[in-house]
Design a protein around this ligand. Structure first.
Ligand code: ATP
Ligand code: MG
Length: 614
C-alpha cells in the first residue's frame, strides 16, 4: 500500500466518546483556534481522518463569515453528532497507550469543541450504516438543535461568524485577503501531504481550483501534487524523487535540480506523518544534501515526506501539532542528507557522461557549453531559460579590489575573439554562450568536468572550479567571524573524545560557541555567519582535528572550504559558474588554501604563436 494511504485508508470504526479524565489530562491541549486558517486546518484533519477521498472547502470573507469543509468519508451517527463538539470527545483514542500508536491527524477530541465555543457551528453527517443523516447546530458552545435530515454520504461542517462572541480576538485578524491566503496555504499543505485526495477550493462562492487526486499507485504522486499546487515551479523534468528508509522510518524526498534554487526557504518543506512541521534539523538535512551544488545564500526546492513509526515520534507536544519530537532524529537526518547528496551527484555524473558522449568533432577543442547544449533536449533536469542573460549571477561574493588587479576592467570587449579574427570559424556557433551584458568576461562552459572556461580581455582562463570555490569560501569564512546564535543548538553526537578545553576557548574566539548539555554531549550554540549551514562539516572536523590551537583557524577554514566547495565532476549550473568566476577573478591571491594556482591563463598572443601565426 502506498505511504499516503497507509494511515488513512481505513477510517476508525470506533464511535465518538468522551475521554476518561486521566487520559484527557495527558493531552497537550491549548487554545488551538486563533485564526480562520486554524479552523480550516482542524476541519481538514477531521475530513482526512474520516477516510474521504474527496474534500471540498469553501470560505467567505477570509473565513470570518464562513468556512465549510465537506467530505465523502465515514460520517457520524446521531449519537456521534451529539457528542463530537464536546470537550475531549473523540473516536480516535481511548486509552493512554493509544497516544503511542496514533495513526490519525486528530487525537485530542478538542478541535470541534474549541471551534464550537467561538463560532456558529452546523454539522451535517450520516454514518455509512445509518438510514438517514442528521444536523446539529451549536452556537458559542451551546447546542441549539439536533434534527434528522436526508443526506448522501460523509460530513459537511460549516463554521459561521467566527469569534462572534469574542470581539477582542476578531480585532486581531488581518484583512480578509490575508486570512484567505493563509487558508489557501493551509489547504495546499494538506493537499501535498495527501496526494490521493481530491481537493476543491471555493471562495465567495466561486470555484478557484481543483486538485484532482493522484492514484497512490503512481510512484511520483508527491511530485505530481507539488506541481499542481505550485505550477510556477516548472516542469517535472526539473525534479527528482528519492526514497529512503531506516529503522522505524521511511521517506520520499522530492527535490528540484540546483538550477531552480531560490532566495528563501519557502520551498524547503518537511512533512512528518502527513503533517507539515517546522523541524529545523530536517530542513537542514536537505540543505546539507545540496552542499556543493548551491552557492551561499541560495536555498533548494526540496520537500521531505517522512513516515515515522508513531512509537518514535510524539506530536503531543504542541497544541497545533506543528512540532514533533523524534527519538530517531540523527539517523533520519543522516539518511535524508545522504540520499539527496547521492541523487544530485549521480545526476551530475550522468549529465557529464552525456556531455562527453555527445561532444561533436567541432567541439573537440573541449569547449562544451554545459547549460546551453540543448540540441537534443535530452539534458533532463536542466533549467530551461537559465541562460546568463536572464539569470543574474549570484552576487554573494564580495566585490573588492577588482579595478586594481584587472586593468581596463571596464573597457568594452569584443564579443568573442573569433568575431575579430576568424569570422567564419566561430567554434561555438551552434552552441552560443552569450556574454552577460553586465560582465566583462564571457563564460564559455565547463570542460574536463573541472574547468570553467572564460574569455577575458585578451586571455583565455581555465579556472579550476573546486580550487576557486574553495578559496572564495575560505576568504568568506575569514571575513565573517561575527557569531550568530543557531535557531536550534546542534548536537555533536559523533565526537568520541572530549574536546580539549584550550581548543574550546580558541573556537570561542573564532565565534564558534560550544556548550555541554545535561546529558554531557557537546552542542554548538553559535557560529560565525559564514559557517552557518555547514555545521555537519564542523562536527566532522572537530572529530578528526589533532593539531594545536595555533593551526586551528587555518586548518578549520581550509577544511570547511574544501568540504563545502563544488567538486571535480559536480554538475553546476550557469548561476553557480558565474558566481565562482566572479569571485575567482576578484581574489587578491588566486591560489587555493593549499597554495595551488586557481587558474591557468593563456593569452591570445601566446595562442596565436602556438599555431604559428603572428
Ligand atoms: N468530518 C468528519 N467525519 C467523521 N467524523 C468526524 C468528522 N469531524 C469530526 N468527527 C468526529 O468528531 C470527533 C471529534 O473531532 P475533533 O476534531 O474535536 O477531535 P479529534 O479529531 O478526535 O482530535 P483533535 O482535537 O486532535 O482534532 C472525531 O474524533 C470524529 O469522531
Ligand atoms: Mg480533529
Amino acid at each position: 500500500m502506498n505511504e499516503n494511504q497507509k494511515h488513512h485508508a481505513h477510517p476508525s470504526p470506533r464511535r465518538v466518546q468522551v475521554l476518561r479524565e486521566d487520559v484527557a489530562r495527558k493531552i497537550a491541549a491549548g487554545e488551538v483556534i486563533d485564526r480562520p486558517y486554524s479552523v480550516l486546518r482542524e476541519l481538514l484533519d477531521n475530513a482526512i481522518d474520516s477516510g474521504a477521498d474527496q474534500i471540498q472547502v469553501e470560505i467567505a470573507d477570509g473565513g470570518t463569515r464562513l468556512i465549510r469543509v465537506s467530505d465523502n468519508g465515514s460520517g457520524m451517527n446521531s449519537e456521534d453528532l451529539s457528542l463530537c463538539f464536546q470537550s475531549h470527545a473523540t473516536s480516535k483514542i481511548e486509552h493512554e497507550d493509544d497516544l503511542l500508536r496514533i495513526q490519525t491527524l486528530g487525537f485530542r477530541g478538542e478541535a470541534l469543541s474549541s471551534i464550537a465555543a467561538v463560532s456558529k457551528l452546523e454539522i451535517t453527517s450520516r454514518a455509512e450504516d445509518a438510514p438517514e443523516g442528521g444536523v446539529v447546530i451549536v452556537h458559542g458552545g451551546k447546542k441549539v438543535s439536533q434534527t434528522t435530515k436526508a443526506w448522501g454520504k460523509g460530513t459537511s461542517i460549516g463554521v459561521s461568524d467566527l469569534f462572534f462572541n469574542l470581539p477582542a480576538r476578531k480585532k486581531f485578524l488581518k484583512r480578509s485577503a490575508t486570512e484567505a491566503m493563509l487558508c489557501k496555504n493551509t489547504l495546499i499543505e494538506k493537499a501535498l501531504a495527501f496526494p490521493h485526495i481530491q481537493f476543491e477550493y471555493r471562495t465567495e462562492g466561486t470555484l478557484r481550483f481543483v486538485l484532482p487526486g493522484v492514484p497512490p499507485q503512481i510512484e511520483s504522486n508527491h511530485l505530481q501534487r507539488i506541481l499542481m499546487a505550485y505550477p510556477d515551479l516548472g516542469d517535472e523534468k526539473l525534479f527528482f524523487s528519492v526514497q529512503g528508509s531506516g529503522d522505524g522510518f521511511s521517506f520520499t524526498a522530492v527535490i528540484g535540480e540546483p538550477g531552480i534554487s531560490r532566495g528563501d526557504r519557502k520551498m524547503v518543506q518537511v512533512y512528518a506523518n502527513h503533517r507539515r512541521i517546522q523541524e529545523f534539523s530536517l530542513i537542514q538535512a536537505m540543505e546539507y544534501g545540496f552542499q556543493g551544488f548551491l552557492p551561499g545564500g541560495r536555498y533548494p526546492v526540496a520537500f521531505l515526506f517522512l513516515d515515522a513509526d508513531p512509537a518514535f515520534v510524539d506530536f503531543n507536544i504542541h497544541p497545533a501539532k506543528r512540532e514533533a519530537k523524534f527519538t530517531i532524529l540523527p539517523e533520519i537526518h543522516r539518511r535524508v542528507s545522504r540520499s539527496v547528496q547521492e541523487i544530485l551527484s549521480n545526476h551530475a555524473k550522468q549529465t557529464l557522461s552525456y556531455q562527453q558522449r555527445s561532444a561533436s568533432p567541432r567541439q573537440d577543442i573541449g569547449v562544451t557549453s554545459f547549460l546551453h547544449h540543448n540540441s537534443t533536449g535530452q539534458l533532463q533536469g536542466h533549467p530551461h531559460g537559465a541562460t546568463p542573460a536572464d539569470s543574474p549571477p549570484n552576487s554573494d561574493f564580495p566585490a573588492r579590489g577588482v579595478q586594481e588587479r584587472i586593468p581596463n576592467w571596464n573597457r568594452p570587449m569584443p564579443r568573442s575573439t573569433s568575431e575579430l579574427y576568424e569570422p567564419h570559424a566561430e567554434p561555438m556557433s551552434s552552441n552560443p554562450a552569450p556574454r552577460h551584458e553586465s560582465e566583462p568576461y564571457r563564460y564559455l562552459g565547463q570542460v574536463f568536468t573541472l574547468f570553467l572556461l572564460v574569455e577575458l580581455e585578451n586571455s583565455l582562463y581555465m579556472i579550476d572550479m573546486h580550487a576557486a570555490h574553495e578559496k572564495i569560501l575560505f576568504e568568506q569564512f575569514s571575513q565573517n567571524p561575527r557569531p550568530q546564535r543557531l535557531l536550534l543548538p546542534l548536537e555533536l553526537t559523533e565526537l568520541d573524545e572530549p574536546i580539549n578545553p584550550e581548543l574550546l576557548q580558541e573556537l570561542h574566539a573564532l565565534g564558534i560557541e560550544i556548550e555541554t548539555n545535561e546529558s554531557g554531549t557537546y552542542q554548538i550554540i553559535s557560529l560565525p555567519g559564514g559557517l552557518i549551514g555547514k555545521e555537519l562539516y564542523l562536527a566532522e572536523f572537530l572529530g578528526g582535528f589533532r593539531g594545536t590551537k595555533d593551526d586551528l583557524q587555518r586548518s578549520l577554514y581550509a577544511t570547511m572550504a574544501c568540504r563545502s566547495a563544488v567538486k571535480d565532476g559536480d554538475y553546476i549550473n550557469d548561476r553557480i559558474a558565474h558566481a565562482i568566476i566572479q569571485g575567482a577573478l576578484q581574489l587578491e591571491n588566486p591560489r587555493c588554501p593549499h597554495g595551488r594556482p586557481i587558474w591557468f591563463e593563456i593569452s591570445k598572443d601566446e595562442l596565436f604563436q602556438l599555431v604559428g601565426r603572428t
